[in-house]
Design a protein around this ligand. Structure first.
Ligand SMILES: Nc1ncnc2c1ncn2[C@@H]1O[C@H](COP(=O)(O)OP(=O)(O)O)[C@@H](O)[C@H]1O
Ligand SMILES: [Mg+2]
Length: 199
């Protein structure tokens, strides 16, 4: 089944590079899409988030995330260094502001992968941003992916599933939906959206 995109009639299509935000429910495949983008489109600049959660196997400091403790995260909030931040499943995640603004000022398209609370903060702070909702082919498939990832204990998975039901309802706040059926297809469509070229 091919992936599908649904435009919501929201965002404008300026020619200048703008911030693109990839969000969606936990387990839908955001990190998988971003990992594929790193491989297939190394020229795309991806924001590296700060998090207080512990690294999963294979995650490297400064590549997938900056791993910091609670005190350092508190300091970054207090000094206004974060464009957005959110708490999720007991951990905090945030986007360092300066690197994003620098890329946009230099005319380089920038991509953020963040949760829904963060996406709402970016919408408020940068109304020009293009918000992309990554949706699962079905709720059953989302549940299967979340359980199948095997990186979290059962109680965390249950919390993420509960949150997922609410997260799915946020789709209408986004400019466009990409259904994550095929990862490479999602990447292709995402690049087309970021560069304003037809997909
Ligand atoms: N298009 C896809 N088809 C099948 N499985 C996928 C697809 N995209 C991601 N997955 C799987 O779903 C699980 C959750 O993906 P992940 O990228 O960790 O989600 P997120 O970052 O959105 O929480 C992983 O086990 C991943 O391999
Ligand atoms: Mg992820």
């Amino acid at each position: 089944m091919p992936s599908e995109s649904r435009a919501h009639g929201g965002g404008s299509s300026p020619r200048k590079p703008r911030l693109t935000v990839l969000s969606g429910p936990s387990g839908v495949g955001k990190s998988t899409v971003v990992a594929e983008l790193r491989r297939s489109h190394p020229e795309v600049w991806l924001s590296v988030s700060v998090t207080t959660r512990k690294p999963r196997p294979g995650e490297r400091h400064g590549v997938e995330y900056y791993f910091v403790d609670d005190a350092e995260f508190d300091r970054m909030i207090a000094s206004g260094e974060l464009l957005e931040w959110a708490e999720f499943a007991g951990h905090r995640y945030g986007t360092p502001r300066t690197p994003v603004l620098q890329r946009l000022a230099a005319g380089v398209p920038a991509l953020l992968e963040i949760d829904l609370q963060g996406a709402r903060q970016v919408r408020a702070a940068m109304p020009d941003a293009l918000l992309v909702f990554l949706a699962p082919p079905s709720w059953e498939e989302l549940e299967r992916r979340l359980r199948g990832r095997g990186t979290e204990p059962a109680d965390v998975i249950e919390r993420r599933l509960q949150a997922g039901r609410i997260e799915m309802a946020a789709e209408k706040e986004f400019d466009v939906t990409l259904v994550n059926t095929d990862v490479k297809d999602v990447c292709r469509r995402l690049i087309a959206l970021m560069t304003n070229s037809p997909s």
